[in-house]
Structures are given as structure tokens and as C-alpha cells.
Design a binder for this molecule. Structure first.
Ligand code: P6P
Length: 287
């Protein structure tokens, strides 16, 4: 058996244990993108700094890619779904030179495309280039992704909520009160520790995903550039809403560092609106 499971032995930029499959996925995506001739640089969860790709004089590389090559990798060794998250920006630096940090520190609203790959009971590529969201299922017999979910529209409401209930006592009051509200409404809790999987369920069945700030992660845990922005792009393109827990639109949040984190709440429009009312009622402004 290929020696690809288990921890690789190091930790990544934000302290997560790096799994062997994290390294394999990261190296595979970087190698593949470097041959495209269209990408001048990559920012990855697995790399502290951005990667400047060699310039192909015949092709003017005009894009940069931000990615979480394997999201939810703590699920790998227990055979639970994991995913890849990616976002694509137009570079801002001159096309005949190396990429710059300014190419990466762009708001989510500057994304030209974003998507995710879900490695579950089937392998699904879901992405948008700004005109709706489509899903493509891998057909291993031909090695191609085939259109399987045309124009995905997130339900405007639902009865799933997705949050790490174990942190309940570490959330701010307004988040605790909203989670109590979800229980009062008999919503079903679904949380598997892989944002791609939890959001994918919401894309089709409706619901709300929350990763609020906690005492351990006062600015939130999820990474703005290569988790929150791309997932928020997809959620909005499918008709959902994506905010910080202070009710700022995720796509408009200023980004100042590659691995900056943020709180995030996203999902069905009516459910996020309901959550907003709890923040407005119980949030710091009213305490
Ligand atoms: P916790 C995976 O590490 C991840 O970045 C997201 O995919 C997931 O939603 C979250 O972190 C899980 O974090 O603290 O609940 O284990």
C-alpha cells in the first residue's frame, strides 16, 4: 500500500498537523499549475509564503491561484470526506515580471473564479466563473469530469445547522443564543470537520454553516484568502449569503496577510438573515 496516510510530522502555517496526503496534494497541484503557463503564482495553506512560478516567455501568465489543497485533512485517516478549495484572481503586477504579494492580498470581490472539489462517495468539482454555479462528477472510466449539477441554486432556507457544538461555551453570547434558537427550532446538527463537505450539503439541502470566533481563535480559525473567500464566492453565486460574525460581507473584508483568519457564517439567505437578528439583538452593541 502506498505510504500516504498518517501525519507527515510538521505543522502548517496555522499550526495544523500536516498529513502526508496534504503534502502530496499540495505538490501535485503546484506541479500541475506550474505547467499551465497561465498561472504566475500560488498561495497555499501548506506554504508560509506565496510561490512564484517560473515565467514562460511564450505565455504571459495573467492569473494567481489561492488554494487549500486538502481541506479537512483530519478526516483522511478515518475515511471521511475531504475537499480542495481554490480561488483565481487576475494578477495586478506587470505580466513580464515575478508575482508580488499585492497579487494575493485582494478582496474576495476581486475573484474571477472559485470552486471546490469534494472527495466523497463520488468526486465532484463545483465551480463558478461569476455566472452561476455548476457541478461536474468525475467519471473514472474516462478520466473526465462530466456536467452533473447544472446551475446549482441554494435553497433559501433549510433545517440544518453546521457548527462545532463543542466550542459552544467559548462563543460570544449572540452566537450561543442563535445556536439555542437552532435547537429550539429542532434544526438538525451536521458538522464533519470539513468545510467543503458541510457547505456542499447546504448547497443542495439548505442550512447554515458557522465558524465563529472563540477564545482560542479570537479572529476566527478559517483562513480568509483560500477558505472563506472562495467558499463565499460559490455560496453567493448559488444565491446564499456569507458574512463575518460581525455581519460584514466576507467578500468585502480587507486582507492584509496570506494566512489571515476570519469568523464566518454562510448559507441559506433566510437563515443568515435570522442569525443577523440575533447578533443585532444580543451582540456587543446592545449588551
Ligand atoms: P474544528 C478543517 O481543518 C477546517 O479548516 C475546515 O474545513 C473545518 O470546517 C474546520 O477547520 C474544522 O475545525 O476546530 O471544528 O476542528
Amino acid at each position: 500500500m502506498v505510504n500516504i496516510l498518517g501525519v507527515e510530522g510538521s505543522t502548517n502555517s496555522t499550526g495544523d498537523d500536516v498529513q502526508k496526503l496534504d503534502v502530496f496534494a499540495n505538490e501535485t497541484f503546484i506541479e500541475t499549475l506550474s505547467f499551465s503557463g497561465e498561472v504566475c503564482g500560488i498561495a497555499s495553506e501548506e506554504n508560509l509564503d506565496f510561490i512564484d512560478l517560473p515565467i514562460d516567455p511564450l505565455k504571459k501568465a495573467t492569473y494567481i491561484v489561492v488554494m487549500d489543497p486538502l481541506d479537512g485533512s483530519s478526516n483522511i485517516d478515518v475515511n471521511v470526506s475531504v475537499g480542495t478549495i481554490f480561488g483565481i484572481y487576475k494578477r495586478k503586477s506587470p505580466e513580464d515580471g515575478p508575482c508580488q504579494i499585492s497579487d494575493f492580498l485582494q478582496k474576495g470581490s476581486n475573484l474571477v473564479a472559485a470552486g471546490y472539489v469534494l472527495y466523497g462517495t463520488s468526486t465532484l468539482l463545483v465551480y463558478s466563473t461569476g455566472d452561476g454555479v455548476n457541478g461536474f462528477t468525475l467519471d473514472p472510466s474516462i478520466g473526465e469530469f462530466c456536467l452533473s449539477h447544472r446551475n446549482i441554486q441554494m435553497p433559501t432556507s433549510g433545517n440544518y445547522y453546521s457548527v462545532n457544538q463543542g466550542y459552544y461555551l467559548k462563543f460570544d453570547l449572540e452566537m450561543m443564543r442563535y445556536i439555542d434558537h437552532c435547537s429550539d427550532l429542532n434544526y438538525r446538527l451536521r458538522y464533519i470537520g470539513s468545510m467543503v463537505s458541510d457547505i456542499h450539503r447546504i448547497m443542495f439541502q439548505g442550512g447554515i454553516f458557522l465558524y465563529p470566533n472563540t477564545r482560542k481563535y479570537p479572529k476566527g480559525k478559517l483562513r480568509l484568502l483560500y477558505e472563506c473567500f472562495p467558499m463565499a464566492y460559490i455560496v453567493e453565486q448559488a444565491g446564499g449569503t456569507a458574512l463575518t460574525c460581525k455581519l460584514e460581507r466576507i467578500m468585502d473584508v480587507e486582507i492584509n496577510s496570506l494566512h489571515q483568519t476570519s469568523s464566518i457564517v454562510m448559507g441559506s439567505k433566510a437563515m443568515v438573515q435570522d442569525m443577523k437578528e440575533f447578533v443585532e439583538k444580543y451582540g456587543p452593541v446592545n449588551q
